[in-house]
Design a protein around this ligand. Structure first.
Ligand code: FE
Length: 347
């Protein structure tokens, strides 16, 4: 016969066990590594009680890991830093579409995946501009104020770029394809190859430094690398940024190309409700400030503005014309673009 006390003890134990089993967690795979993100995550935990376990890797590493883990993956939320990669994750079936009125209302349609009856696969959470950098002494600004002019014979032997197959360039080229069509895009890519000062190598910052070192006179870079150099107190960075001019291209036509960093819920997430809650939190005004400003980017959520003097300075007061095409379409163009790169010999 079980005593009343033992019965209560058993009941208590059962209650404790089920509370432990329901401890609220979120497994985050992130390609972002900024110190301000720590505050972002701890504020979420404070507000919701949901503990975040974070795995840091680069975008390609995260996509490979998700594939390898398959249905055993513990991942709940994925943060990636390029539209072409988010699109790839969607096409490879690594994400679980989300239905959230809050996210659909907050994030403009051009910065999220195409909605299906199942929901939306990914959401852009910050934007970065792909801008042109030039040698202020040797190059006239009006000769490099459009992407088209990167391929113009007047800039022969002057252009430095990172690999054409890097997602930042694939997304830019995919955007150009969306704006001007296939024929003009392939001719343009061929023209850029003809204008190169050297074979593609290095990252965006290396291209800016190559302009500073006189190896080339025109380069392309994401805006946050420039903002980082503008905010740097190192004498060599200050000297470099004195030498170079910055253009937000295509102000008279379709606008400067914007890329995104964004998030998605993992296909096999076991904490889907928490995952959606986290993405919704990232779209809030408070989180958008940390998320965008931490890497000198612009927020995507409607009505949210950041006060970032470096961004203001480089974009001439912060007002510039940005393209308005959907990044989902840009992602969809990357396979075609890669084939063009192969044909024109753009490494
Ligand atoms: Fe980057």
């Amino acid at each position: 016969m079980i005593s009343k006390a033992a019965g209560i003890a058993t009941l208590l134990l059962a209650t404790v066990t089920s509370v432990a089993a329901q401890e609220q967690v979120l497994n985050l795979y992130s390609a972002r590594h900024y110190s301000t993100d720590e505050a972002l995550y701890s504020n979420f935990t404070k507000a919701t009680g949901i503990k975040i376990n974070r795995v840091d890797a680069d975008d390609a590493g995260i996509l490979a890991r998700l594939k390898a883990e398959g249905s055993a993956s513990p991942a709940d939320v994925i943060l990636l830093v390029d539209a072409a990669r988010l699109y790839k994750g969607e096409v490879d079936g690594l994400f679980k579409p989300v239905k959230s009125k809050l996210l659909d209302d907050a994030i403009p349609a051009q910065y999220r995946s195409a909605a299906t009856p199942e929901g939306t696969s990914w959401f852009g959470l910050s934007t970065r501009a792909r801008v042109i950098v030039y040698d202020k002494v040797k190059v006239k600004r009006e000769d490099v104020d459009t992407y088209e002019e990167l391929a113009d014979p007047k800039n022969k032997g002057k252009v430095c770029l990172r690999s054409g197959s890097h997602p930042y360039n694939l997304s830019l080229f995919g955007a150009v394809l969306q704006h001007v069509g296939e024929q003009k895009t392939e001719a343009w890519l061929k023209g850029i190859v003809d204008n190169m000062a050297r074979a593609p190598k290095g990252g965006d910052t290396d291209q800016i430094k190559a302009v500073g070192a006189g190896e080339c006179q025109v380069a392309v870079s994401n805006s946050y690398y420039i903002a980082r150099l503008l905010r740097s107190t190192a004498p060599e960075d200050k000297a470099l940024m004195e030498k170079v001019g910055i253009v937000f291209p295509n102000q008279q036509s379709w606008g400067t190309h914007l890329n995104i960093a964004g998030g998605a819920v993992a296909k096999n997430s076991r904490n889907t409700a928490n995952a959606v809650k986290f993405l919704e939190y990232l779209a809030s005004a408070e989180a958008q400030n940390y998320f965008a400003n931490g890497n000198n980017e612009w927020p995507t959520a409607k009505g949210v503005k950041v006060n970032n003097p470096a961004l203001q300075a480089m974009s001439g007061g912060g007002d510039f014309k940005a393209e308005t095409i959907p990044l989902a379409a840009v992602g969809g163009n990357t396979v075609k673009v890669q084939q063009m790169l192969d044909r024109v010999g753009f490494r």
